[in-house]
Write a protein that binds this ligand. Structure first.
Ligand SMILES: [Zn+2]
Length: 267
C-alpha cells in the first residue's frame, strides 16, 4: 500500500493529466459535431442552380431536409459525448488500478467501466435533464439557427458560397455549448470513476473532495466551493463517502476532483 502523501500526489497529478485529456476531448467533440458544416453544403448544392442560387420556391423542400441535418447533429453529438464518458471511465480506472495496486481481472475492469459510464449517462441534473435531453436541446438549437440563416439567405437571393461562412458561424457560436458539455460530462465521469473505484477497492472508506480551479470571480458561489467546506461526518471539511452522489456533479463546467483518504489514517 502506498503512503497517504504518495497517493495524494498521484491523484493531484492524475487530475492535471485529466484536464489535458479533457481539452483534447473538447476539441474532438467540436470537430465531430462540425461535420454538419459539410453536410449543409452538400444539401444546399443539391438545390442550387449553376450560379449557386436557390430558387425561393424550393425553400419548403430545403426546410424539410433540415430534419436530416438535425438528426446528423444529434447522432454526432450523442456519439461524441458517449465516447468522452466511456474513454474517461477507462482512463480513470486504469490509473486507479495502478495507484491503489489492486489486482483486478480484465472482465471486472470492463464491467466496472460500463457501470461508471452508464451511471454518468443516465444521471439527472438539478434541472432533471439527462445527457440525451441535452443532446436534443443542442441539436434542435443548432438546427433552428441554421434554418434561419438559410431561409433568410435564400429569400435575399444570396448564393450558396455566401451562405457557407454564415453556416460556419452558427457552428462557431454553438461551440461554447459543446465545450461546456464536454467539460461537464468528462469531469463527472472522472469523478465517478475515482469514487466508484474507491468503493470497489475496499481500502478506501473516505474520500476528500477538492473544488475545481475554474478561476471564476464568483467561485465562492459554486456548489463545489460549498461542498469543500462541509463536514457531513465529523471527519473534517470536504470528507465524504465514495457513495455520496452530491460530489459527482456539483454544477455544469465543474472541474472539482476526488482524492482518497486511506483507512490507515484512522487505525
Ligand atoms: Zn466547481
Amino acid at each position: 500500500m502506498r503512503s497517504q502523501t504518495e497517493l495524494d500526489r498521484m491523484l493531484a497529478k492524475m487530475t492535471k493529466d485529466y484536464a489535458t485529456l479533457n481539452k483534447k476531448q473538447q476539441a474532438d467533440a467540436i470537430r465531430n459535431i462540425g461535420r454538419v458544416k459539410g453536410e449543409m453544403s452538400y444539401l444546399l448544392a443539391d438545390y442550387a442552380d449553376n450560379d449557386g442560387i436557390i430558387d425561393r420556391r424550393r425553400i419548403s423542400r430545403v426546410m424539410r431536409d433540415m430534419d436530416g441535418i438535425e438528426r446528423i447533429i444529434r447522432e454526432d453529438s450523442s456519439e461524441s459525448f458517449d465516447k468522452i464518458i466511456e474513454d474517461t471511465a477507462e482512463w480513470t480506472t486504469a490509473k486507479i488500478v495502478t495507484a491503489l495496486g489492486v489486482a483486478w481481472t480484465a472482465g471486472f475492469i470492463m464491467r466496472t467501466n460500463e457501470r461508471i459510464a452508464t451511471s454518468v449517462k443516465n444521471r439527472r441534473g438539478s434541472d432533471l435533464l439527462q445527457l440525451s435531453d441535452r443532446v436534443w436541446d443542442l441539436s434542435g438549437g443548432m438546427r433552428d439557427e441554421l434554418t434561419q440563416v438559410v431561409r433568410s439567405s435564400i429569400i435575399r437571393g444570396e448564393s450558396v458560397s455566401q451562405m457557407i461562412p454564415k453556416i460556419r458561424k452558427v457552428h462557431d457560436n454553438e461551440t461554447w455549448k459543446i465545450r461546456r458539455l464536454a467539460v461537464t460530462e468528462g469531469n463527472t465521469a472522472y469523478r465517478k470513476g475515482t469514487a466508484y473505484n474507491a468503493s470497489q477497492s475496499g481500502s478506501v472508506k473516505w474520500v476528500q473532495f477538492h473544488d475545481g480551479t475554474c478561476g471564476h470571480r464568483d467561485h465562492f458561489r459554486h456548489k463545489c466551493y460549498e461542498l469543500v467546506n462541509e463536514d457531513w461526518y465529523g471527519q473534517g471539511a470536504g470528507i465524504f463517502k465514495p457513495s455520496d452522489d452530491e460530489i459527482l456533479s456539483p454544477h455544469p463546467n465543474c472541474t472539482s476532483y476526488i482524492s482518497y483518504v486511506l483507512d490507515e489514517r484512522y487505525l
